[in-house]
Design a protein around this ligand. Structure first.
Ligand code: NAD
Length: 260
């Protein structure tokens, strides 16, 4: 649905090449925002930016690895060259699963880097100018794994707990400066990331597609997959100037709980 709720606002969305980030970029553009799409693969973000431009939006693609400080600085410069940035959505991330003895240091560091360090570098790049202009909306896509522990995802859960702790802390630091900082904590969402999880479960257990899906949903008490559009709609709500959305919240999006 096209609205003008975010007309005149400029948004940067990381991880915008697919999945939740791509849906968020679309929803922000539909709400009238100009959008800067960032991810590592230029072809995927450019494809989405071109579609948004085709629908009349102001959308550009800026390649960026959020774990690389110089890339994030370049993203900041490229975005600001077009105008002040009002909205930052952090959707770049990755997940993995393994029992503790099989979590390598490399894999631990990789998940920390893309989920936690990437969030830190991007917020540090954009938040101070938002505070100077007395307006900003920052939304980190964390996870229910950022609020609760779960078996075989200790590295992912630790990284997402870091995102939630960082979000709550920056919210306090920027309180009263017109900048809200919130985390969205979805359960399983219908994206490639979840498709990879399902492939792993099927390879490990021999379950069919429906049983594998039921098995992963049961681990978090979800009755169905959340859609990227649902996450994107919540992001738009948090970004509205009149949001009254509060700050420092970690908001669970799990599609409702399993009927008993
Ligand atoms: P996805 O794998 O479909 O997309 C992730 C995007 O991030 C891709 O565009 C990828 O290229 C980009 N990306 C990865 N590493 C990057 C890096 N270093 N620099 C820049 N971009 C990078 O994943 P998704 O399902 O859309 O997940 C988006 C976010 O939501 C992630 O942070 C994920 O942890 C979180 N999340 C996902 C689910 C789920 O079930 N899919 C649930 C809860 C939270």
């Amino acid at each position: 649905m096209t609205t003008t709720a975010l007309a005149g606002r400029r948004a940067v969305v990381t991880g915008a090449g697919r999945g939740i980030g791509a849906a968020v970029a679309r929803a922000l553009a539909d709400a009238g925002a100009a959008v800067v799409l960032a991810a590592r693969t230029e072809s995927s973000i450019e494809r989405i930016a071109a579609t948004l431009r085709g629908a009349g939006a102001d959308a550009v693609a800026v390649p960026c690895d959020v774990t690389v400080e110089d890339d994030v600085r370049r993203l900041g410069n490229e975005a600001r060259r077009r105008g002040p940035v009002d909205i930052l959505v952090l959707s770049a991330g990755d997940a993995a699963s393994a029992p503790l003895p099989k979590i390598t240091l490399g894999e631990w560091n990789r998940l920390m880097a893309v989920n936690a360090t990437g969030t830190f570098l991007c917020v540090r790049e954009f938040a101070p100018a938002m505070a100077e202009r007395r307006f900003g909306r920052i939304v980190a896509i964390a996870s229910v794994a950022g609020l609760h522990g779960a078996k075989y995802i200790a590295h992912y859960a630790a990284a997402k707990h870091a995102v939630v702790g960082f979000t709550r802390s920056i919210a306090l630091e920027y309180d009263g400066k017109g900048v809200t900082v919130n985390a969205l904590c979805p359960g399983y969402v219908e994206t490639e990331m979840t498709a990879r999880t399902l492939d792993n479960v099927r390879a490990r257990t021999g379950l069919g597609p429906e049983d594998a899906l039921a098995a992963i949903l049961a681990t978090v008490g979800q009755s169905r997959l959340v859609t990227p559009a649902e996450v994107a709609a919540e992001v738009v709500r948090l970004c509205r100037p009149d949001a009254g959305a509060g700050t420092g919240n970690a908001i669970v999006l799990d599609g409702g709980t399993r009927p008993s």
